[in-house]
Ligand binder design. Structure first.
Ligand code: SF4
Ligand code: FES
Length: 249
């Protein structure tokens, strides 16, 4: 396939960025989207030009590093798919594809398509650890957990922290991400000790990092590669209200 690519180039965090045109030649439909970018970069390097900077690590939909907005949609056109697992067979010969970085105040551009998502790390750090009784490894059945709860907690734990939910939201809200982490622990007995402190400190940190609030648009759920449901946001709000009551506020 031949493709017309419009790719965001930005030399650094404070430099002005712009969309630049590139031609994608000899693109196999079996390539992943990132392999297509690798081919474009090989061509640029052969010409002595600056390669396009983009993030990736596992390329298996696990790590959450790949962060591209493809034709206006974070992670591209396939539902429940990271951009590293998007394949070029999804596009047609001669297509024009626009590729941009996540856009949110809390995720500043580092270079080209790479953004700084350390704000998510600060939210996780603000949530803190869970208390455990140190000692020998406990027997697997020491704490019995109903199957529906363990599965709901596991579904929430599927969040890979990619940030697509923020990129899709007109408020640049981190609520879907935070609610996945909070639900994961609030549903399990192990998460009860710091349950109320956790929800308050994580939301405070998100506010401090410049993420917006949630106005129930649902864009986050639509682009989430792990299909985390927005019902988690309702649970997070209930957790927050309970925490406020518990603190007498
Ligand atoms: S909730 Fe979904 S979109 Fe948001 S960070 Fe987690 S996996 Fe990515
Ligand atoms: S590179 Fe790891 S999820 Fe895409």
């Amino acid at each position: 396939m031949k493709l017309n690519l419009k790719i965001w180039r930005q030399a650094g965090p404070t430099a002005a960025g712009r969309l630049e045109d590139y031609a994608g030649h000899d693109i196999s439909p079996d390539m992943s989207f990132l392999e297509m970018l690798d081919v474009v970069n090989e061509g640029l390097i052969r010409q002595g030009k600056d390669a396009i900077a983009f993030d990736s690590d596992c390329r298996e939909g696990i790590c959450g590093m790949c962060s591209l907005v493809v034709n206006g949609v974070p992670h591209g056109p396939d539902r429940g798919t990271t951009v590293c697992q998007l394949h070029m067979r999804r596009f047609k010969d001669g297509d024009t594809i626009t590729i941009e970085p996540w856009r949110a105040k809390a995720f500043p551009v580092v270079k080209d398509l790479v953004v700084d998502r350390s704000a998510f790390d600060r939210i996780i750090a603000a949530g803190g650890y869970i208390s455990v009784n140190a000692g020998g490894a406990p027997d697997g059945n020491t704490i019995l957990i109903p199957k529906d709860l363990s599965e709901a907690a596991m579904d929430s734990a599927a969040c890979i922290g990619c940030g697509a939910c923020v990129a899709a939201c007109k408020n640049a809200s981190a609520h879907l991400f935070m609610s996945a982490k909070i639900s994961h622990l609030a549903l399990l007995p192990q998460g009860q000790v710091e349950r109320y402190r956790r929800v308050v400190t994580m939301i405070e940190q998100a506010d401090a990092d410049g993420f917006g609030s949630c106005s129930n648009e649902g864009e986050c759920e639509a682009v989430c590669p792990k299909e985390i449901p927005i019902s988690n946001i309702a649970r997070m709000t209930r957790e927050y209200v309970k925490a406020m009551f518990a603190a007498g506020k």
